[in-house]
Design a protein around this ligand. Structure first.
Ligand code: UD1
Length: 337
């Protein structure tokens, strides 16, 4: 059983590689290393004691993708590759549509040619936009009232659903991630964003490491219990295990299946900062700042469908997420070499 991970050297991809290898599966990675480093692959191989092929190629390069399928018998694809900086997508929509959509079309076309019709897509809670009610279920309406980044997630969901409709052999699993944080317990791999982090947890850990001076908490006047935004933070190892379960589902079924991957619990930005300080006995200098454009007040998942149909449930609590995020950053103050 061999699984191709596109973007398999990234933060989420490298954690998935570990879980798949430890579950006895073979792994093949394609990554253009635009937002990841070869060192992540080396660390995964160190943790698991297993080696696997890594293609340093761009998914938009059809010949390169064909070569991977010609050289390996791929049973299932986990499609993670894509640009993901929300703000940048507003500035550079052509880049985002080209990189995220064209790559997916090339991938699916080659998959079909090689008779590999099982794909698990890394979608996002961003497809729900600003939901009228929380928690959101998979039936909650999706919204295209979002950034180019968010639209690429939604468009890819639609593309894959149309492909599945055209040919009953396809199995498409759309995983809507909430807010992945945390790191592998070894502290050898974790989130290592290039430049100044856009997301909350890497910003917090870099403040804790002294790389950044102070956290800004964006918005204190939201309609939430403490006025700061509420999110469903999920440990990246739990998220990775959700993919192991999804592979079993994809191999045994055809059609389209959509799952929320979160914990089902909402915590505020303030609660996360407090939990981080308590879990790690460390002080995070922070200040309150105006709202960040485009943020929604609150979102968290109803994950009962994934529990029912995949037999999956997040295991780690917020304390463990904060502990593991800091363990990673503390051991790697400059990130991956
Ligand atoms: C963001 C994206 C989402 C994407 C996800 C993963 C937006 C609107 N959404 O989710 O589409 O799938 O990242 O890349 O950008 N915060 C601070 N200070 C900071 C950073 C963040 O207070 O320095 C707050 C934010 O205002 C937000 C919360 O922390 O309320 C979480 O932010 P973030 O980690 O960026 O995730 P999302 O915005 O939920």
């Amino acid at each position: 059983m061999a699984v191709l991970l596109t973007g398999g050297a990234g933060y989420i991809g490298s954690h998935i590689c570990i879980e798949l290898l430890q579950a006895g599966m073979d792994v093949v990675v394609i990554d253009n290393f635009s937002n990841s480093k070869p060192e992540a692959v080396r660390r995964v191989q160190q943790i698991t004691g297993k080696k696997y092929p890594v293609y340093h190629e761009d998914l938009r390069d059809r010949a390169a993708v064909e070569k991977i399928f010609a050289e390996n018998t791929i049973d299932c694809v986990i499609h993670l590759a894509g640009s993901k900086a929300v703000g940048e997508s507003v500035q550079k929509p052509i880049l985002y549509y080209d990189n995220n959509l064209v790559s997916t079309l090339v991938l699916c076309d080659v998959m079909r040619d090689y008779g590999c019709k099982k794909i698990i897509f890394s979608s996002s809670a961003t497809v729900y936009g600003a939901p009228e009610q929380v928690p959101v279920t998979e039936e909650t309406p999706v919204s295209a009232d979002t950034t180019p980044y968010g639209k690429t997630k939604l468009f890819i969901e639609y593309m894959l659903q149309d492909i599945a409709k055209s040919d009953p052999d396809w199995s498409v699993i759309l995983l809507r991630y909430f807010n992945p944080i945390g790191a592998h317990a070894s502290g050898l791999i974790g989130e290592d964003p290039a430049g100044i982090p856009n997301n909350l947890m890497p910003f917090v850990t870099q403040v804790a490491a002294g790389k950044l001076e102070k956290l800004s908490v964006f918005g204190t006047d939201y309609d939430t219990p403490d006025g700061t935004c509420v999110r469903d933070f999920i440990h990246v190892v739990d998220l990775a295990q959700g993919h192991v379960k999804s592979i079993a589902k994809a191999m045994e079924n055809s059609g389209v299946f959509i799952y929320n991957l979160g914990t089902g619990k909402g915590y505020s930005v303030q609660q996360l900062v407090d939990a981080f300080q308590q879990a790690n006995d460390i002080e995070i200098p922070y200040q309150y700042a105006p709202r960040r454009k485009g943020d929604i007040a609150q979102i968290y998942a109803d994950c009962s469908k994934a529990q029912r149909e995949l037999g999956w449930q997040a295991q780690h609590d917020l304390f463990e997420m904060c502990r593991d995020s800091w363990n990673w950053q503390k051991k790697n103050p400059q990130g991956l070499a």
